[in-house]
Design a protein around this ligand. Structure first.
Ligand code: DMJ
Length: 462
Protein backbone atom coordinates (compact mmCIF):
# COMPACT_ATOMS: atom_id res chain seq x y z
CA UNK A 1 0.00 0.00 0.00
CA UNK A 2 2.75 2.38 1.08
CA UNK A 3 4.74 1.33 -1.94
CA UNK A 4 1.74 2.02 -4.20
CA UNK A 5 1.21 5.49 -2.72
CA UNK A 6 4.90 6.19 -3.09
CA UNK A 7 4.74 5.11 -6.73
CA UNK A 8 1.71 7.37 -7.28
CA UNK A 9 3.44 10.33 -5.69
CA UNK A 10 6.60 9.75 -7.70
CA UNK A 11 4.53 9.51 -10.87
CA UNK A 12 2.63 12.70 -9.96
CA UNK A 13 5.88 14.48 -9.20
CA UNK A 14 7.36 13.42 -12.55
CA UNK A 15 4.22 14.63 -14.37
CA UNK A 16 4.31 17.98 -12.56
CA UNK A 17 8.01 18.32 -13.23
CA UNK A 18 7.65 17.42 -16.89
CA UNK A 19 4.66 19.72 -17.38
CA UNK A 20 6.38 22.65 -15.74
CA UNK A 21 9.66 21.90 -17.49
CA UNK A 22 7.76 21.61 -20.74
CA UNK A 23 5.83 24.80 -20.02
CA UNK A 24 9.10 26.48 -19.22
CA UNK A 25 10.70 25.28 -22.41
CA UNK A 26 7.59 26.24 -24.42
CA UNK A 27 7.75 29.72 -22.96
CA UNK A 28 11.41 29.88 -23.75
CA UNK A 29 10.75 28.73 -27.29
CA UNK A 30 7.88 31.23 -27.65
CA UNK A 31 10.09 33.97 -26.28
CA UNK A 32 12.98 32.98 -28.48
CA UNK A 33 10.89 32.69 -31.61
CA UNK A 34 9.24 36.06 -30.99
CA UNK A 35 12.65 37.62 -30.32
CA UNK A 36 14.01 35.97 -33.46
CA UNK A 37 11.04 37.04 -35.51
CA UNK A 38 11.41 40.59 -34.23
CA UNK A 39 15.05 40.55 -35.28
CA UNK A 40 14.15 39.16 -38.69
CA UNK A 41 11.60 41.96 -39.21
CA UNK A 42 13.92 44.58 -37.83
CA UNK A 43 16.50 43.51 -40.41
CA UNK A 44 13.88 43.58 -43.20
CA UNK A 45 12.92 47.12 -42.20
CA UNK A 46 16.56 48.21 -42.19
CA UNK A 47 17.05 46.72 -45.65
CA UNK A 48 13.92 48.50 -46.90
CA UNK A 49 15.36 51.74 -45.57
CA UNK A 50 18.78 51.16 -47.20
CA UNK A 51 17.18 50.30 -50.56
CA UNK A 52 15.00 53.41 -50.46
CA UNK A 53 17.93 55.63 -49.49
CA UNK A 54 20.09 54.13 -52.25
CA UNK A 55 17.34 54.77 -54.80
CA UNK A 56 17.07 58.36 -53.54
CA UNK A 57 20.84 58.74 -53.91
CA UNK A 58 20.83 57.27 -57.39
CA UNK A 59 17.95 59.22 -58.90
CA UNK A 60 17.14 62.17 -56.65
CA UNK A 61 20.36 63.09 -54.85
CA UNK A 62 20.23 66.67 -53.58
CA UNK A 63 16.51 67.02 -54.29
CA UNK A 64 13.47 66.98 -52.02
CA UNK A 65 12.10 63.56 -52.79
CA UNK A 66 12.33 60.52 -55.03
CA UNK A 67 9.87 59.61 -57.77
CA UNK A 68 10.50 55.85 -57.82
CA UNK A 69 8.55 54.87 -60.96
CA UNK A 70 9.96 57.51 -63.32
CA UNK A 71 13.40 57.36 -61.64
CA UNK A 72 13.21 61.09 -61.12
CA UNK A 73 12.74 63.61 -58.35
CA UNK A 74 10.41 66.29 -57.10
CA UNK A 75 11.36 69.64 -55.56
CA UNK A 76 8.39 71.09 -53.74
CA UNK A 77 9.17 74.72 -54.55
CA UNK A 78 11.30 74.38 -57.68
CA UNK A 79 14.43 74.58 -55.53
CA UNK A 80 15.46 71.84 -53.14
CA UNK A 81 15.24 72.11 -49.36
CA UNK A 82 16.66 68.59 -48.95
CA UNK A 83 13.44 67.22 -47.43
CA UNK A 84 14.49 63.57 -47.66
CA UNK A 85 17.98 63.83 -46.10
CA UNK A 86 16.73 66.07 -43.26
CA UNK A 87 13.65 63.94 -42.61
CA UNK A 88 15.59 60.66 -42.80
CA UNK A 89 18.71 61.56 -40.78
CA UNK A 90 17.51 60.67 -37.27
CA UNK A 91 16.10 57.34 -38.51
CA UNK A 92 19.63 56.52 -39.72
CA UNK A 93 20.99 57.35 -36.28
CA UNK A 94 18.40 55.16 -34.55
CA UNK A 95 19.05 52.29 -36.97
CA UNK A 96 22.80 52.59 -36.46
CA UNK A 97 23.37 53.29 -40.19
CA UNK A 98 26.63 55.20 -39.77
CA UNK A 99 27.61 55.50 -43.41
CA UNK A 100 24.17 56.69 -44.52
CA UNK A 101 24.04 59.15 -41.62
CA UNK A 102 27.39 60.59 -42.69
CA UNK A 103 26.11 60.97 -46.27
CA UNK A 104 22.95 62.76 -45.14
CA UNK A 105 24.81 64.96 -42.66
CA UNK A 106 27.40 65.83 -45.29
CA UNK A 107 24.90 67.08 -47.84
CA UNK A 108 22.78 68.93 -45.25
CA UNK A 109 25.76 70.83 -43.83
CA UNK A 110 27.22 71.52 -47.23
CA UNK A 111 24.12 72.39 -49.24
CA UNK A 112 21.12 73.27 -47.11
CA UNK A 113 20.29 76.96 -47.28
CA UNK A 114 17.05 78.76 -46.50
CA UNK A 115 18.16 81.92 -48.24
CA UNK A 116 15.74 81.30 -51.09
CA UNK A 117 13.16 83.54 -52.68
CA UNK A 118 10.32 81.02 -52.32
CA UNK A 119 7.01 81.01 -50.51
CA UNK A 120 6.84 77.93 -48.29
CA UNK A 121 4.17 76.22 -46.19
CA UNK A 122 4.92 76.97 -42.56
CA UNK A 123 3.41 73.70 -41.28
CA UNK A 124 5.45 71.39 -43.53
CA UNK A 125 8.66 73.39 -42.98
CA UNK A 126 8.11 73.13 -39.27
CA UNK A 127 7.28 69.45 -38.87
CA UNK A 128 9.73 68.08 -41.45
CA UNK A 129 12.68 70.50 -41.51
CA UNK A 130 12.64 72.36 -38.20
CA UNK A 131 11.71 69.15 -36.34
CA UNK A 132 14.30 67.15 -38.29
CA UNK A 133 17.11 69.65 -37.65
CA UNK A 134 16.33 69.97 -33.94
CA UNK A 135 16.29 66.23 -33.45
CA UNK A 136 19.47 65.90 -35.55
CA UNK A 137 21.14 68.40 -33.22
CA UNK A 138 19.95 66.61 -30.10
CA UNK A 139 20.94 63.13 -31.28
CA UNK A 140 24.20 64.01 -33.04
CA UNK A 141 25.45 67.06 -31.14
CA UNK A 142 26.52 68.95 -34.30
CA UNK A 143 25.92 72.63 -33.52
CA UNK A 144 25.44 73.56 -37.19
CA UNK A 145 22.12 71.68 -37.18
CA UNK A 146 20.90 74.09 -34.50
CA UNK A 147 22.23 77.09 -36.43
CA UNK A 148 20.23 75.95 -39.48
CA UNK A 149 17.14 75.41 -37.33
CA UNK A 150 17.43 78.89 -35.83
CA UNK A 151 17.88 80.47 -39.25
CA UNK A 152 14.77 78.67 -40.52
CA UNK A 153 12.79 79.58 -37.39
CA UNK A 154 13.56 83.28 -37.80
CA UNK A 155 12.55 83.23 -41.47
CA UNK A 156 9.23 81.54 -40.59
CA UNK A 157 8.33 83.95 -37.77
CA UNK A 158 6.45 86.52 -39.95
CA UNK A 159 3.58 84.00 -40.28
CA UNK A 160 2.43 85.07 -36.82
CA UNK A 161 2.04 88.74 -37.82
CA UNK A 162 -1.74 88.51 -38.14
CA UNK A 163 -4.40 90.47 -36.22
CA UNK A 164 -5.21 87.40 -34.10
CA UNK A 165 -1.69 85.98 -33.71
CA UNK A 166 -2.75 82.79 -35.49
CA UNK A 167 -0.35 82.03 -38.37
CA UNK A 168 -0.76 82.53 -42.10
CA UNK A 169 -0.22 79.34 -44.10
CA UNK A 170 2.74 80.55 -46.22
CA UNK A 171 5.75 82.82 -45.93
CA UNK A 172 8.50 83.90 -48.33
CA UNK A 173 11.84 82.83 -46.85
CA UNK A 174 13.63 86.02 -47.94
CA UNK A 175 11.03 88.78 -48.04
CA UNK A 176 8.85 87.55 -45.17
CA UNK A 177 5.72 88.23 -47.25
CA UNK A 178 2.88 86.06 -45.97
CA UNK A 179 -0.23 84.61 -47.57
CA UNK A 180 -3.01 82.14 -46.78
CA UNK A 181 -5.42 83.72 -44.29
CA UNK A 182 -7.76 80.71 -44.40
CA UNK A 183 -5.94 78.21 -42.24
CA UNK A 184 -6.86 75.11 -40.22
CA UNK A 185 -6.33 73.85 -36.64
CA UNK A 186 -3.63 71.36 -37.67
CA UNK A 187 -1.50 74.04 -39.32
CA UNK A 188 -2.16 76.54 -36.53
CA UNK A 189 -1.70 74.13 -33.65
CA UNK A 190 1.13 71.85 -34.80
CA UNK A 191 4.04 74.20 -34.24
CA UNK A 192 4.56 74.19 -30.51
CA UNK A 193 6.95 71.24 -30.10
CA UNK A 194 9.39 72.58 -32.71
CA UNK A 195 9.12 76.33 -31.99
CA UNK A 196 9.12 75.63 -28.25
CA UNK A 197 12.19 73.40 -28.43
CA UNK A 198 13.95 76.00 -30.57
CA UNK A 199 13.30 78.60 -27.87
CA UNK A 200 14.61 76.35 -25.13
CA UNK A 201 17.77 75.42 -27.07
CA UNK A 202 18.58 79.00 -28.14
CA UNK A 203 17.39 80.77 -24.97
CA UNK A 204 15.15 82.97 -27.07
CA UNK A 205 11.51 82.86 -25.88
CA UNK A 206 10.04 84.42 -29.01
CA UNK A 207 9.38 81.12 -30.81
CA UNK A 208 7.67 79.51 -27.80
CA UNK A 209 5.56 82.57 -27.11
CA UNK A 210 4.35 83.08 -30.69
CA UNK A 211 3.46 79.40 -31.19
CA UNK A 212 1.69 79.23 -27.83
CA UNK A 213 -0.35 82.38 -28.49
CA UNK A 214 -1.51 80.86 -31.80
CA UNK A 215 -2.79 77.72 -30.01
CA UNK A 216 -4.45 79.70 -27.24
CA UNK A 217 -6.21 81.97 -29.78
CA UNK A 218 -7.48 78.92 -31.63
CA UNK A 219 -8.63 77.19 -28.45
CA UNK A 220 -10.46 80.37 -27.37
CA UNK A 221 -12.57 80.08 -30.52
CA UNK A 222 -13.79 76.53 -29.76
CA UNK A 223 -17.57 76.15 -29.82
CA UNK A 224 -19.74 76.10 -26.69
CA UNK A 225 -19.58 72.30 -26.73
CA UNK A 226 -15.77 72.37 -26.95
CA UNK A 227 -15.17 71.44 -30.61
CA UNK A 228 -13.20 73.17 -33.37
CA UNK A 229 -14.02 73.35 -37.09
CA UNK A 230 -11.98 72.56 -40.20
CA UNK A 231 -11.00 76.04 -41.44
CA UNK A 232 -10.80 79.49 -39.91
CA UNK A 233 -9.92 82.98 -41.16
CA UNK A 234 -6.89 83.88 -39.05
CA UNK A 235 -7.35 87.60 -39.72
CA UNK A 236 -10.95 87.84 -38.46
CA UNK A 237 -11.10 84.72 -36.28
CA UNK A 238 -14.26 83.62 -38.07
CA UNK A 239 -14.81 79.89 -38.73
CA UNK A 240 -15.19 79.14 -42.44
CA UNK A 241 -15.84 75.40 -42.37
CA UNK A 242 -17.59 74.28 -39.19
CA UNK A 243 -17.20 70.54 -39.58
CA UNK A 244 -15.42 68.97 -36.63
CA UNK A 245 -13.47 65.69 -36.65
CA UNK A 246 -10.09 64.21 -35.72
CA UNK A 247 -8.96 63.87 -39.35
CA UNK A 248 -6.58 65.80 -41.61
CA UNK A 249 -6.64 69.61 -41.10
CA UNK A 250 -7.42 69.14 -37.40
CA UNK A 251 -5.59 65.92 -36.40
CA UNK A 252 -2.23 66.96 -34.97
CA UNK A 253 -3.76 69.95 -33.15
CA UNK A 254 -4.96 67.43 -30.54
CA UNK A 255 -1.67 65.53 -30.68
CA UNK A 256 0.30 68.72 -29.88
CA UNK A 257 -1.93 69.87 -27.03
CA UNK A 258 -1.05 66.62 -25.27
CA UNK A 259 2.59 66.44 -26.31
CA UNK A 260 3.31 70.11 -25.51
CA UNK A 261 2.13 69.44 -21.99
CA UNK A 262 4.36 66.33 -21.82
CA UNK A 263 7.47 68.00 -23.28
CA UNK A 264 7.31 71.42 -21.63
CA UNK A 265 5.28 70.61 -18.52
CA UNK A 266 3.16 73.70 -19.25
CA UNK A 267 -0.19 73.22 -17.43
CA UNK A 268 -2.08 75.40 -19.93
CA UNK A 269 -1.66 72.65 -22.50
CA UNK A 270 -2.85 70.02 -20.03
CA UNK A 271 -6.05 71.98 -19.47
CA UNK A 272 -6.62 72.57 -23.17
CA UNK A 273 -6.01 68.89 -23.96
CA UNK A 274 -8.27 67.57 -21.24
CA UNK A 275 -11.15 69.83 -22.17
CA UNK A 276 -10.73 69.03 -25.87
CA UNK A 277 -10.46 65.26 -25.54
CA UNK A 278 -13.58 65.18 -23.39
CA UNK A 279 -15.55 66.97 -26.11
CA UNK A 280 -14.07 64.78 -28.86
CA UNK A 281 -15.03 61.59 -27.02
CA UNK A 282 -18.48 62.94 -26.23
CA UNK A 283 -19.46 64.11 -29.71
CA UNK A 284 -17.20 62.37 -32.23
CA UNK A 285 -16.67 58.86 -30.84
CA UNK A 286 -19.02 56.56 -32.73
CA UNK A 287 -19.72 52.90 -31.94
CA UNK A 288 -20.87 50.89 -34.97
CA UNK A 289 -21.46 47.14 -34.61
CA UNK A 290 -19.48 47.17 -31.39
CA UNK A 291 -16.49 48.90 -32.98
CA UNK A 292 -15.13 52.32 -32.08
CA UNK A 293 -14.66 54.96 -34.79
CA UNK A 294 -14.58 58.77 -34.83
CA UNK A 295 -17.04 60.61 -37.07
CA UNK A 296 -17.53 64.11 -38.52
CA UNK A 297 -20.01 66.46 -36.82
CA UNK A 298 -21.06 70.09 -36.71
CA UNK A 299 -18.83 71.94 -34.24
CA UNK A 300 -21.73 73.90 -32.72
CA UNK A 301 -24.47 71.29 -32.43
CA UNK A 302 -22.48 68.06 -32.32
CA UNK A 303 -24.86 66.65 -34.95
CA UNK A 304 -23.11 64.02 -37.03
CA UNK A 305 -22.46 64.84 -40.69
CA UNK A 306 -20.54 61.83 -42.09
CA UNK A 307 -19.09 58.54 -40.87
CA UNK A 308 -15.71 58.51 -42.59
CA UNK A 309 -12.37 57.30 -41.30
CA UNK A 310 -8.99 56.90 -43.00
CA UNK A 311 -5.25 56.36 -42.95
CA UNK A 312 -4.46 59.76 -41.40
CA UNK A 313 -6.92 59.19 -38.54
CA UNK A 314 -4.96 56.14 -37.41
CA UNK A 315 -2.67 58.46 -35.37
CA UNK A 316 -5.42 58.74 -32.78
CA UNK A 317 -4.86 55.43 -30.91
CA UNK A 318 -1.30 56.64 -30.21
CA UNK A 319 -2.62 59.93 -28.81
CA UNK A 320 -5.19 58.14 -26.67
CA UNK A 321 -2.52 55.76 -25.35
CA UNK A 322 -0.08 58.56 -24.53
CA UNK A 323 -2.94 60.40 -22.83
CA UNK A 324 -3.63 57.35 -20.62
CA UNK A 325 -6.82 56.07 -22.27
CA UNK A 326 -5.64 52.59 -23.19
CA UNK A 327 -9.15 51.20 -23.44
CA UNK A 328 -10.27 53.46 -26.27
CA UNK A 329 -6.82 53.30 -27.83
CA UNK A 330 -6.91 49.49 -28.11
CA UNK A 331 -10.49 49.51 -29.38
CA UNK A 332 -9.67 52.05 -32.06
CA UNK A 333 -6.51 50.25 -33.22
CA UNK A 334 -8.69 47.14 -33.71
CA UNK A 335 -10.95 49.21 -35.97
CA UNK A 336 -7.92 50.55 -37.84
CA UNK A 337 -6.77 46.97 -38.36
CA UNK A 338 -10.14 46.13 -39.82
CA UNK A 339 -9.80 49.08 -42.19
CA UNK A 340 -6.37 47.80 -43.25
CA UNK A 341 -7.67 44.31 -43.98
CA UNK A 342 -10.62 45.41 -46.07
CA UNK A 343 -8.43 45.62 -49.19
CA UNK A 344 -5.16 44.28 -47.81
CA UNK A 345 -3.84 47.81 -47.24
CA UNK A 346 -5.56 50.93 -45.84
CA UNK A 347 -7.33 53.55 -47.98
CA UNK A 348 -6.98 57.29 -47.49
CA UNK A 349 -10.65 57.41 -46.49
CA UNK A 350 -13.63 55.05 -46.31
CA UNK A 351 -17.17 54.94 -44.96
CA UNK A 352 -17.02 52.74 -41.86
CA UNK A 353 -20.72 51.92 -42.00
CA UNK A 354 -21.05 50.90 -45.66
CA UNK A 355 -17.34 49.97 -46.14
CA UNK A 356 -17.35 52.05 -49.33
CA UNK A 357 -13.94 53.52 -50.16
CA UNK A 358 -14.12 57.31 -50.55
CA UNK A 359 -10.45 58.09 -51.42
CA UNK A 360 -8.65 54.96 -52.57
CA UNK A 361 -4.99 56.09 -52.43
CA UNK A 362 -2.26 54.97 -50.00
CA UNK A 363 0.58 57.45 -49.52
CA UNK A 364 2.96 55.15 -47.54
CA UNK A 365 1.54 56.69 -44.38
CA UNK A 366 2.89 55.82 -40.92
CA UNK A 367 0.01 56.50 -38.52
CA UNK A 368 -1.36 52.98 -38.04
CA UNK A 369 2.18 51.67 -37.40
CA UNK A 370 2.90 54.51 -34.98
CA UNK A 371 -0.18 53.49 -33.00
CA UNK A 372 0.81 49.80 -33.00
CA UNK A 373 4.23 50.86 -31.67
CA UNK A 374 2.73 52.94 -28.83
CA UNK A 375 0.31 50.16 -27.91
CA UNK A 376 3.02 47.51 -27.93
CA UNK A 377 5.14 49.76 -25.72
CA UNK A 378 2.34 50.22 -23.19
CA UNK A 379 0.70 46.78 -23.22
CA UNK A 380 3.48 44.41 -24.42
CA UNK A 381 0.65 42.49 -26.09
CA UNK A 382 2.21 40.48 -28.97
CA UNK A 383 -0.86 41.12 -31.10
CA UNK A 384 0.57 44.56 -31.92
CA UNK A 385 3.73 42.89 -33.19
CA UNK A 386 1.59 40.64 -35.39
CA UNK A 387 -0.25 43.71 -36.68
CA UNK A 388 3.09 45.36 -37.41
CA UNK A 389 4.25 42.31 -39.38
CA UNK A 390 1.05 42.32 -41.37
CA UNK A 391 1.45 46.04 -42.16
CA UNK A 392 5.06 45.56 -43.24
CA UNK A 393 4.28 42.50 -45.40
CA UNK A 394 1.44 44.37 -47.17
CA UNK A 395 3.58 47.43 -47.85
CA UNK A 396 6.33 45.19 -49.16
CA UNK A 397 3.90 43.28 -51.34
CA UNK A 398 2.05 46.22 -52.87
CA UNK A 399 4.37 49.25 -52.66
CA UNK A 400 7.84 47.84 -53.26
CA UNK A 401 9.28 48.86 -56.56
CA UNK A 402 12.55 48.27 -58.33
CA UNK A 403 13.71 51.58 -56.84
CA UNK A 404 12.48 52.00 -53.29
CA UNK A 405 8.82 52.09 -52.31
CA UNK A 406 6.01 53.94 -53.97
CA UNK A 407 2.53 55.22 -53.10
CA UNK A 408 -0.63 53.56 -54.44
CA UNK A 409 -3.21 55.28 -56.60
CA UNK A 410 -5.74 52.75 -55.45
CA UNK A 411 -5.75 50.19 -52.67
CA UNK A 412 -8.48 48.38 -54.61
CA UNK A 413 -6.61 47.92 -57.91
CA UNK A 414 -3.15 48.27 -56.29
CA UNK A 415 -2.11 50.57 -59.13
CA UNK A 416 1.05 52.45 -58.12
CA UNK A 417 1.64 56.21 -57.99
CA UNK A 418 5.01 57.82 -58.64
CA UNK A 419 5.84 59.20 -55.20
CA UNK A 420 7.93 58.34 -52.15
CA UNK A 421 7.22 60.99 -49.53
CA UNK A 422 10.05 61.85 -47.15
CA UNK A 423 7.85 60.74 -44.24
CA UNK A 424 8.24 57.14 -45.43
CA UNK A 425 11.86 57.31 -44.22
CA UNK A 426 11.21 59.71 -41.33
CA UNK A 427 8.19 57.97 -39.87
CA UNK A 428 6.90 54.78 -41.48
CA UNK A 429 10.17 52.85 -41.41
CA UNK A 430 11.24 54.42 -38.10
CA UNK A 431 8.09 53.27 -36.30
CA UNK A 432 8.41 49.80 -37.85
CA UNK A 433 12.02 49.61 -36.71
CA UNK A 434 11.22 50.69 -33.17
CA UNK A 435 8.24 48.33 -32.95
CA UNK A 436 10.52 45.37 -33.76
CA UNK A 437 13.40 46.58 -31.55
CA UNK A 438 14.20 45.55 -28.01
CA UNK A 439 13.02 48.24 -25.55
CA UNK A 440 16.63 49.18 -24.75
CA UNK A 441 17.18 50.45 -28.33
CA UNK A 442 15.24 53.61 -27.62
CA UNK A 443 14.19 55.18 -24.31
CA UNK A 444 10.57 55.84 -25.24
CA UNK A 445 9.69 57.66 -22.03
CA UNK A 446 12.52 60.20 -22.35
CA UNK A 447 11.40 61.50 -25.75
CA UNK A 448 8.40 63.10 -27.39
CA UNK A 449 7.99 62.48 -31.11
CA UNK A 450 6.90 65.42 -33.18
CA UNK A 451 4.19 64.64 -35.70
CA UNK A 452 6.86 63.71 -38.28
CA UNK A 453 8.40 61.19 -35.82
CA UNK A 454 11.39 63.35 -34.94
CA UNK A 455 12.22 62.55 -31.31
CA UNK A 456 12.69 65.61 -29.09
CA UNK A 457 14.16 65.48 -25.61
CA UNK A 458 13.76 67.86 -22.72
CA UNK A 459 17.33 68.95 -21.98
CA UNK A 460 16.38 72.19 -20.24
CA UNK A 461 15.13 72.92 -16.73
CA UNK A 462 12.30 75.41 -17.21
C1 DMJ B 1 3.24 63.51 -42.01
O1 DMJ B 1 3.80 64.60 -42.66
C2 DMJ B 1 2.85 63.85 -40.60
O2 DMJ B 1 2.67 62.69 -39.87
C3 DMJ B 1 1.59 64.69 -40.54
O3 DMJ B 1 1.17 64.90 -39.22
C4 DMJ B 1 0.48 64.02 -41.30
N1 DMJ B 1 0.87 63.63 -42.62
C5 DMJ B 1 2.12 62.95 -42.83
C6 DMJ B 1 2.06 61.44 -42.71
O4 DMJ B 1 0.90 60.86 -43.07
Amino acid sequence: MIQKTFLHLTFLFIIIYLTSANAFSLNTVAKDSSTNEKQVYQEKVKQAFIESWNAYKKFAWGHDQLKPLSKGFRDWYGESLLMTPVDAFDTMILMGLKQEAEEAKGIILEKLSFNKNISVQNFEMTIRLLGGLLSAYQLDGERRFLTLAEDLGKRLLPVFNSPTGMPYGYVNLITGVVKGNINNPAEIGTLMLEYGTLSKLTNNPIFYDKAKKAVVELFKRRSKIGLVGTTIDIETGEWKNKESHISGMIDSYYEYLLKSWKLFGDPDFKNMYEESITAVNKYLADIVNGQLWYCQADMNTGVRTTQYYGALDAYFPAVLALGGDLKRSEQLEESCYKMWNLHGIEPEEFNYVSNEVIYPGYELRPEIIESAYYLYHYTKNPKYLSMGKKFFDSIYKYCKDENGFTALKSVITKEKRDSMESFFLAETLKYFYLLFSSPSTFEFDRYIFNTEAHPLKRTWKN
